[in-house]
Write a protein that binds this ligand. Structure first.
Ligand code: F6P
Length: 679
C-alpha cells in the first residue's frame, strides 16, 4: 500500500479537475498518507515540479474551473527517456503512487508508467467524453451547459435578424458534446464526425425550415466533423441556405466554466475512488462512471468487462446518472488500446497452456497464477491455449473443466477458445486445429536445410546408447547424435511434402541442432546453459505416426501469438534450450522465461492423476473458497508470509520474481484440511 501519493492534471483542462484534486488529497490524508501535487502535468513531473499538499491547500478550490495545479500537453513524456526521468523524480521524492486526472492522452501517459511497474490510477476527465469505459467524464456536463447557454443566446439574436447560425463546439473527434448540445438546444441540424453529412441536403433542410416560416436556424457542428464550421461556411458561401448566415466557434469558452454540481460530485467520487484503488493495489485502473445495467456484454473471460467503446456518440449516456457509483471503468491499457497512437507490441503477452489430459491440480493452478500475475502486473495480455496435440490422451470435456477451474480461481484471459469471435486475433486457440501453421514452419526449416527424415527407431537408439562409445553412454535421455543424420545426397527432394501429404508414416522429422551452448536467463532459476547437441541431439518435430511434437507446436504457437512472457512449470526447463534453437532457426525472438518450481505431494512425488484430492475441482466440490486456494498458492510461491485468503488481484502489488523460491513445494498430507484451517 502506498504511503505518499502524487496527483497531477494533464492535457486539456476540464471543469471539475480542482474538485478531483481536492478529493484525492483529502482521501489520501484521511488514510494517513502524504499527498503531493505535480504542477504542469507530465512536464512538471519530468522537471520535478512537486508541491506538498495539505488539507488546507485544497480548500476553496472545489468551485473553481481549470486546475490550480496547471496542466500541459507534454511531448517529452512520450519518449522512454521522459518516462524514466519521471520515475526517478517520483522515487527521489519517496512517492509510491500516482493519480492522473485527464483524458485519453493523459491516461496513455499514465499507462506508460503503469507498464513500468509504478502504481497509477487514472481519473476520467475531459470535456470530450471520449474515454474508454466511462459513461461520462469530469467536465462534460459543465461544458455542455456552457454550449447550451451560448446556443440559447444565439437563438435570440438569430430570431431578431432571421439568421442561421453555425455553432461549432469542441470535442476533438467525438461528437458527444455537439449531439447533446444540439438536441438540448433544439438545433435545426447537428453535424458530427461519426456521421457522413451531405452539405447539399443540409442546405435543403435549412431552406425547408425557412419555407415553414422559421425565424432562425441553429446548426450545431462538431469541430472534428468533416464539414466543420469553416468547411460549411465555405460551402454556404457558394450555395445560400436561404438565411443570412453567421458562424460562432465556442472553442475554449466551453472549458473555462465554473464546474456545475454534477461535475463537482463526479470529480469528488472519482478522486476518492482512485485513492481507494491505489490502497487496494489495483494496478493501472481508470476510474470512471458506469451505470448498473448499462454494461456491454463481457469480453474477457472470468470477469465482466466492457468492450472497448468506439468514439461514436452514445446517445443513451445521460448526465443525470449522478447517483451511479464510481467504478473502475477499465484499465489504462484499454484506454491506450483504443488510441491510434498505441505503441504496438509494448504490452507483455503471456499464456496459460494446459493439456486437457487430466484435471487441473493445484500445481497447474499455481503456475497459472504466476503466469497471470506476471502479465497482469504489467497490464499485459493473457492467452489461454489448449494443448490438445495428442488425441488419445485428450479427455473429452477436460478443456472446459480447466476453463471453469481457472475462472473459479479468479484468473481471466483476453484471448482463448471460449471467447467470442473465434477467441481472438490468433484463433484457433486449440492446437489440434493449428496443423497448417506447423506444416508451414516445417517447410521453412526444411528450406533452410535444418530437417531430415529419420527412420532410426527408439530401439535402435537404445542399442546405441548402451554401446560403450563415449558421450552417449552417460546420458539419461537418449541423445540423437549428428553422426546418424543421413548425408544430404540421400535426402530426396520433396521428401517433406511426401511425408506430410502422401500419408507416409515410415519416417519421423528431426531437427538438426547446432553444436553450441545455449544460454538463457530464467527469472526464477537464474542463468541456464545447455549443449543441446549433447543432452538431446537432433530432436523430433513430427513423429512417425504423424503427431506434431510438443517442441514444435509450442514454439510455432508462441511465435505466431506474439507470446513474449513464458511462465510454466519447472518440468519444462529441460525443453527450453531446445526450443530456443528452434526459435532462432525460425527467425523469432526468444521470450522471457520463468519456470515455476513444482508442487509435490507429501511423499515428494510430482503430482499426477492419482492425486485426485489435489485437483482444483475436488477442492471446489469440498466447499473450499477459491480465495483460500489462491492465498495458499501465493504463500507457497513466496508472495505471502502466511497462507491467507485473497484474490489474484490482491497479489498484484506484491508480485515480483525475486520473491518466488527455487525449491519444489511439498504439500501437506491433507490439503483440504489445511485450507479449511486458513484464515
Ligand atoms: O481534449 C479537450 C479539448 O478541449 C478538445 O475538445 C479540443 O479539440 C482540444 O482539447 C483543444 O486543445 P488545446 O487546448 O490544446 O487547444
Amino acid at each position: 500500500m502506498p504511503s505518499k501519493i502524487a496527483v497531477l492534471t494533464s492535457g486539456g483542462d476540464a471543469p471539475g479537475m480542482n474538485a478531483a484534486i481536492r478529493a484525492v488529497v483529502r482521501a489520501a490524508l484521511a488514510r494517513g498518507w502524504e499527498a503531493v501535487g505535480v504542477r504542469h502535468g507530465f512536464a512538471g513531473l519530468i522537471a520535478g515540479d512537486l508541491v506538498p499538499l495539505q488539507a488546507r491547500d485544497v480548500g476553496g478550490v472545489l468551485q473553481l474551473g481549470g486546475t490550480f495545479l496547471r496542466s500541459a500537453r507534454c511531448r517529452e513524456f512520450r519518449d522512454e527517456q521522459g518516462q524514466l526521468t519521471a520515475l526517478d523524480r517520483l522515487a527521489g521524492a519517496g512517492i509510491d503512487g500516482l493519480v492522473v486526472i485527464g483524458g485519453n492522452g493523459s491516461q496513455t501517459g499514465a499507462y506508460a508508467l503503469a507498464t513500468r511497474g509504478f502504481p497509477v490510477a487514472g481519473v476520467a476527465s475531459t470535456i470530450d467524453n471520449d474515454l474508454f469505459g466511462s459513461e461520462i467524464t469530469i467536465g462534460v456536463d459543465t461544458a455542455l451547459n456552457i454550449a447550451l447557454e451560448a446556443i440559447d443566446r444565439l437563438k435570440v439574436t438569430a430570431s431578431s435578424h432571421k439568421r442561421a447560425f453555425l455553432v461549432e463546439v469542441m470535442g476533438r473527434d467525438c461528437g458527444y458534446l455537439a449531439l447533446m448540445a444540439g438536441i438540448a438546444g433544439g438545433a435545426e441540424a447537428i453535424v458530427l464526425p461519426e456521421v457522413e453529412v451531405d452539405p447539399h441536403q443540409l442546405a435543403d433542410e435549412l431552406r425547408g425550415a425557412y419555407g415553414r416560416g422559421k425565424a432562425h436556424a441553429i446548426v450545431v457542428v462538431a469541430e472534428g466533423a468533416k464539414y466543420n464550421a469553416e468547411g460549411l461556411a465555405r460551402f454556404f458561401k457558394e450555395e445560400s441556405p436561404g438565411f443570412d448566415l453567421r458562424v460562432t466557434r465556442l472553442g475554449h469558452v466551453q472549458r473555462g466554466g465554473t464546474p456545475g454540481a454534477f461535475d463537482r460530485l463526479l470529480a469528488t467520487r472519482l478522486g476518492a475512488a482512485a485513492v481507494d484503488h491505489l490502497a487496494r493495489g489495483d494496478q493501472g485502473v481508470l476510474v470512471g462512471l458506469r451505470r448498473q445495467g448499462h454494461r456491454h456484454p463481457p469480453r474477457r473471460s472470468g470477469r465482466p468487462q466492457e468492450a472497448p467503446r468506439s468514439r461514436a456518440v452514445r446517445a443513451g449516456a445521460d448526465p443525470g446518472a449522478v447517483e451511479a457509483p464510481a467504478q473502475v471503468a477499465g484499465t489504462l491499457r484499454q484506454v491506450a488500446g483504443t488510441l491510434p497512437q498505441q505503441v504496438a507490441g509494448t504490452l507483455p503477452r503471456g499464456r496459460f497452456a494446459p493439456s486437457p489430459t487430466g484435471p487441473m491440480h493445484v500445481g497447474g493452478a499455481r503456475t497459472a497464477l504466476a503466469a497471470w500475475l506476471s502479465v497482469r502486473s504489467r497490464n499485459g495480455v493473457l492467452v489461454w491455449r489448449v494443448e490438445d496435440l495428442d488425441p488419445p490422451r485428450v479427455v473429452p470435456g477436460m478443456a472446459e473443466a480447466h476453463r471453469r477451474d481457472l475462472a473459479w480461481l479468479g484468473l481471466d484471459w483476453d484471448e482463448g477458445p471460449d471467447l467470442s469471435e473465434g477467441g481472438g486475433p490468433h484463433a484457433p486457440y486449440l492446437q489440434s486445429q493449428r496443423g497448417p501453421l506447423y506444416e508451414a514452419a516445417l517447410a521453412r526449416l526444411a528450406a533452410a536445410g535444418r530437417l531430415f527424415p529419420c527412420r532410426v527407431s527408439r530401439k535402435d537408439l537404445q542399442t546405441l546408447a548402451t554401446a560403450p562409445h563415449g558421450a552417449l553412454h552417460d546420458m539419461g535421455e537418449i541423445p540423437y547424435p549428428a553422426t546418424l543424420r543421413p548425408p544430404a545426397s540421400d535426402i530426396e527432394p520433396g521428401w517433406l511434402e511426401n511425408l506430410l501429404h502422401a500419408g507416409t508414416t515410415e519416417a519421423a522429422v528431426r531437427f538438426q541442432v547446432e553444436e553450441k551452448t545455449v544460454v538463457f536467463q530464467d527469472r526464477i532459476q537464474g542463468e541456464i546453459a545447455e549443449r543441446v547437441d549433447r543432452s538431446v541431439g537432433d530432436f523430433v518435430l513430427r513423429r512417425r505416426d504423424g503427431l506434431w511434437a510438443y517442441q514444435l507446436a509450442v514454439v510455432v504457437d508462441d511465435l505466431a501469438m506474439g507470446i513474449d512472457d513464458v511462465v510454466r512449470g519447472a518440468d519444462l526447463l529441460a525443453s527450453t534450450a531446445r526450443q530456443i534453437q528452434l526459435i532462432e532457426a525460425l527467425g523469432g525472438t526468444v521470450p522471457a522465461y520463468a519456470h515455476v518450481p513444482l508442487l509435490v505431494n507429501a511423499r515428494g512425488e510430482k503430482l499426477s492423476k492419482r492425486d485426485a484430492g489435489l485437483a482444483v475441482a475436488t477442492l471446489r466440490d469440498a466447499g473450499i473458497a477459491p480465495e483460500r486456494v489462491v492465498g495458499y498458492l501465493a504463500f507457497s510461491l513466496g508472495l505471502l508470509a502466511e497462507p491467507a485468503a485473497c484474490r489474484p488481484q490482491d497479489l498484484l502489488p506484491l508480485f515480483t520474481w525475486t520473491r518466488i523460491g527455487k525449491e519444489a513445494w511439498i504439500l501437506p498430507e491433507d490439503l483440504t484440511a489445511a485450507l479449511r484451517r486458513m484464515t
